[in-house]
Design a protein around this ligand. Structure first.
Ligand code: GCU
Length: 674
C-alpha cells in the first residue's frame, strides 16, 4: 500500500466498518446516469465509482442503484423531486422507491449541483453512518466561493509555506498535471467555485498572450468541476507592457486597452470570472496615482468585463503612504465615502479585520458600513501570522467569530455573515475569498492539520453558519478515522488551538508583534524601521506605565468607525472584553482585571496558558497517534515539538521585553487560569 502521506486529503475513501460498508453497497452499489456526456456529471460519476468500491469493499456494479443527474434526465424529471430547494448550485439527495425498488437519487438543477451532491454524499458516507432514509437538500449561501492564490509567475508563493506554486507555469499550456485534477476534486468537494491564479501583487506578464494561454489550459482542467479562473490584474500593466502611455482610468485609450484585453481573455477562457485588484496599497500602483478614486478604477475595469458577464473584486486592503495616526482606520476612511458609486459588477473585498490577518482582530468596520455596495469577506487560510505550516492552529473558530460578529448596522442581529451573504442589504453578488495555503508539497498544505483550514474555509463559504466544531469533526473523520475515541479528543484539540496561538503570541488584543518581514517569531522590540507603523512598538505602545493602543476618543478614535452600540462597547474598558482590551485601550500595568490580577500578571498568565495548551496538545496527540498511520502521526508529533519550543520562545521573548519596558518582574505563583 502507498504510504499515507496526506496527498489524499479528506478524499481517502478507506474501507468502512462492516455494517456501514454493507449498507452503502446496498444503497449505492452501481452508479447510473442519463447524462454521461456532460463533463461535470461525468466527473461526479467518476468520483463515485472511484470512491465506493474502496469504501464498501465490493466491486462496482453490485448492490443497489444510485442515480445522478439533473432534470434533463427523464428518469430524474419523472421523480418530481422539488428541486427548487436546491437553487442554482445546490442539490437534493433522497432515498426513493420506484416500482417497488429502492433508488438513491442525487440531483441538482444544474450539473454542478449534482457534482456537489455526489461529494456531499461521499462526505456523509465516509463519516461512517448514513441516515436510514436520506432526504437532504442544500444550496450555498454565498455565490463566489473563491481561493486567492498568492502565486508568482516564477512559482514562488507569497506567504506560502507548502512548497512551490502548484501551477507549473513553464510546462503550461502544453502539459497539464494530474495534480490540477486532484486540486479541482478537493475544491469541488467543498463547493469552492473559483480560483484567482496569481498573486495580488501582480506582474504585468500575467496579462500577456503567453500567460493567458497558460491560464486557459488550467481553466479547461478546472471547468468540469465547476471552478472558474480569475486573474489578479496589475493596475499599471498597459504602461509596463508598453501599450499605453498612462494607466489613468479616465483616459479613453486606457479603457479601450482593458476592453480589448478582456475580449482577448474571453476568447481564450469563455467563462473567465474576472479580475481581482490590489490598488494603491503597499506600493502597488492604482488609480490614485492619477488623482482618481477606487470607483474610477473599479468601474472602468468592470465595464471591460461586463459584456462577458465578468466581475471585478476590488480589494479594500489599502495601506499606503499616508501618514496614519492609525493604520486600522485607512480602509474605512477611503471606502465608506464611495458607497453606492460602484458599478453593479463590482464587489469590494474586505479582510476580516482592519489591520492584516492577525491571530485576533475585531471585525472590519466596513462590514455594515457600505450598505449599497456588495462586500466580500477575505480571510487568510495560509498562516502568515500564526506560525506558518508547523504550528497547529485550526482557523474556523477565528472566521466564525468574525462571521457571527454583530455589526448592528441595521440593529441587533446584523451579523457579518448576513452582510456577506447579501441578506442584510439584499445584494445578489456575494462572496467569500480565502488566501490559499496550497502548494506542491505532497500533503498540499505543508502540514496535515493545515488541510483542515482549506476544508473549513470551503465549508464556511458554502454555509457561514456551520459550527467550527462540526466542521472539525467532519474533517477528522474523513482525514483520519470515524472512531469517536479519536474524533472527540482531536476535535477538542483543534478547537483550542487558535486561542493557544493568540495566548502565546498576541494575547488580550495585542497585534503585529511578529519579527519584521517574514512575520515568524517574536520581535516586539524592533524600533528602527523606516515607517513608524512598520514597527511593533507602533502597535503595542508599551511604556513604563502601561500597554495597548488607545483607539477611543482620547486616542485615534477608531471605535467611531463602528455602529454606535458596538463603538460604545469597545470604547469602555469594562465592556470591551479581554480579547480586545489592548486593541482599543492603553491600560496601566497595575490596573486590576476581572480575574483580580493586575494587567501585567494577567498577561504573564496568558502567555503561560498558551504554552500549557500546546503541551496539552502534545499529550493528546501522543495518546491518539497509535490510532492512525505512522507517517502522518510522526510528522504531526514532530511539528508539535517545534510549536512547543516556539511557544516558549514567544512567551519568554515577549515577557522579557515587556518586563524590561514596564520594570515589572515575573510574578511568582501565577498559574494559568483553570
Ligand atoms: C499582507 C502580506 C503581504 C500581502 C498583503 C495583501 O500584508 O504580508 O504579503 O501582499 O497582506 O493582502 O495584499
Amino acid at each position: 500500500a502507498l504510504a499515507e502521506d496526506g496527498y489524499g486529503l479528506w478524499l481517502r475513501y478507506r474501507p468502512l466498518a462492516a455494517g456501514p460498508a454493507a449498507d452503502l453497497a446496498t444503497r449505492a452499489g452501481s452508479i447510473e446516469t442519463e447524462e454521461a456526456a456532460d463533463p461535470t456529471i461525468a466527473a461526479a460519476v467518476a468520483e463515485l465509482r472511484r470512491a465506493l468500491p474502496g469504501m464498501t469493499g465490493r466491486p462496482a456494479g453490485q448492490g443497489g442503484t444510485l442515480l445522478i443527474g439533473t432534470p434533463a434526465s427523464p428518469r430524474i424529471a419523472a421523480l418530481g423531486l422539488l428541486l427548487a430547494r436546491a437553487g442554482d448550485d445546490g442539490f437534493v439527495i433522497r432515498d426513493v422507491t420506484v416500482g417497488g425498488r429502492r433508488l438513491l437519487v442525487i440531483a441538482g438543477n444544474r450539473p454542478v449541483g449534482a457534482l456537489y451532491g455526489a461529494f456531499h454524499f461521499l462526505r456523509l458516507a465516509q463519516q461512517g453512518a448514513l441516515p436510514a432514509r436520506l432526504d437532504v437538500a442544500e444550496r450555498p449561501r454565498v455565490k463566489l466561493r473563491l481561493l486567492n492564490h498568492w502565486d508568482n509567475l516564477d512559482r514562488t508563493v507569497e506567504r506560502g509555506y507548502s512548497g512551490q506554486s502548484i501551477w507549473a507555469w513553464w510546462k503550461l499550456p502544453i502539459a497539464s498535471d494530474p495534480r490540477y485534477v486532484d486540486y479541482a476534486r478537493a475544491n469541488a468537494s467543498l463547493g469552492i467555485n473559483g480560483a484567482v491564479l496569481n498573486n495580488v501583487n501582480a506582474k504585468p506578464d500575467s496579462l500577456t498572450p503567453d500567460w493567458i494561454a497558460k491560464a486557459a489550459k488550467v481553466a479547461d482542467v478546472l471547468r468540469p468541476y465547476g471552478i472558474r479562473v480569475y486573474l489578479s490584474a496589475r493596475w499599471s500593466a498597459p504602461v509596463e507592457l508598453k501599450q499605453a502611455k498612462t494607466a489613468d482610468p479616465l483616459d479613453p485609450a486606457v479603457a479601450a486597452w482593458w476592453r480589448a484585453k478582456a475580449d482577448e481573455i474571453y476568447r481564450a477562457i469563455p467563462d473567465f470570472g474576472g479580475f481581482l485588484v490590489k490598488a494603491n496599497s503597499e506600493g502597488q500602483p492604482g488609480p490614485q496615482d492619477y488623482k482618481r478614486t477606487h470607483v474610477d478604477g473599479a468601474n472602468m475595469l468592470a465595464a471591460a468585463v461586463k459584456p462577458h458577464g465578468g466581475i471585478v473584486m476590488w480589494r479594500a486592503f489599502v495601506y499606503s503612504d499616508v501618514d496614519p495616526d492609525d493604520r486600522a482606520k485607512q480602509a474605512y476612511d477611503e471606502f465608506k465615502p464611495l458607497d453606492s458609486r460602484f458599478a453593479d459588477n463590482v464587489i469590494v473585498q474586505v479582510k476580516n479585520g482592519p489591520i492584516d490577518f492577525q491571530p485576533r482582530e475585531p471585525f472590519h468596520p466596513l462590514f455594515g458600513a457600505m450598505p449599497k455596495t456588495p462586500l466580500m469577506l477575505e480571510v487568510q487560510i495560509t498562516k502568515e501570522y500564526l506560525g506558518f505550516a508547523t504550528h497547529l492552529a485550526y482557523l474556523a473558530p477565528m472566521w466564525s467569530e468574525v462571521l457571527a460578529a454583530d455589526t448592528y448596522a441595521k440593529g441587533r442581529g446584523s451579523t457579518v455573515a448576513k452582510v456577506i451573504d447579501g441578506s442584510l442589504e439584499g445584494h445578489r453578488l456575494t462572496g467569500m475569498a480565502g488566501v490559499a495555503n496550497i502548494g506542491s508539497d505532497r500533503n498540499w498544505s505543508g502540514s496535515i492539520f493545515d488541510q483542515a483550514n482549506w476544508y473549513a474555509f470551503g465549508r464556511l463559504a458554502w454555509n457561514p453558519d456551520l459550527t467550527p466544531q462540526a466542521i472539525a469533526g467532519e474533517w477528522a473523520r474523513q482525514t483520519f478515522t470515524p472512531d469517536p475515541a479519536f474524533v472527540t479528543p482531536v476535535t477538542a484539540m483543534m478547537m483550542g488551538s487558535r486561542q493557544a496561538v493568540v495566548d502565546y503570541m498576541t494575547p488580550m488584543g495585542l497585534a503585529h508583534l511578529m519579527a519584521t518581514g517574514h512575520h515568524y517569531g517574536p520581535g516586539p522590540w524592533v524600533g528602527d524601521l523606516a515607517r513608524p507603523e512598520w514597527n511593533p512598538t507602533y502597535y503595542h505602545r508599551a511604556d513604563k506605565d502601561g500597554i495597548g493602543f488607545d483607539r477611543t476618543r482620547t486616542g485615534s478614535n477608531a471605535v467611531a468607525q463602528y455602529a454606535a452600540p458596538v463603538a460604545k462597547r469597545f470604547a469602555d474598558k469594562r465592556t470591551v472584553g479581554d480579547d480586545f482590551l489592548l486593541w482599543f485601550h492603553h491600560v496601566g500595568w497595575d490596573e486590576r482585571q476581572p480575574s483580580g490580577r493586575t494587567l501585567w500578571e494577567e498577561l504573564v498568565s496568558r502567555y503561560d496558558r498558551g504554552v500549557a495548551t500546546v503541551e496539552g496538545m502534545q499529550r493528546t496527540w501522543a495518546s491518539l497517534a497509535p490510532m492512525i498511520d505512522g507517517e502522518r502521526a510522526a510528522q504531526i508529533a514532530s511539528f508539535l515539538v517545534i510549536q512547543k519550543e516556539e511557544a516558549i520562545w514567544w512567551r519568554d521573548a515577549s515577557l522579557a521585553y515587556f518586563g524590561s519596558v514596564s520594570g515589572r518582574k515575573l510574578p511568582t505563583g501565577v498559574r494559568p487560569p483553570a
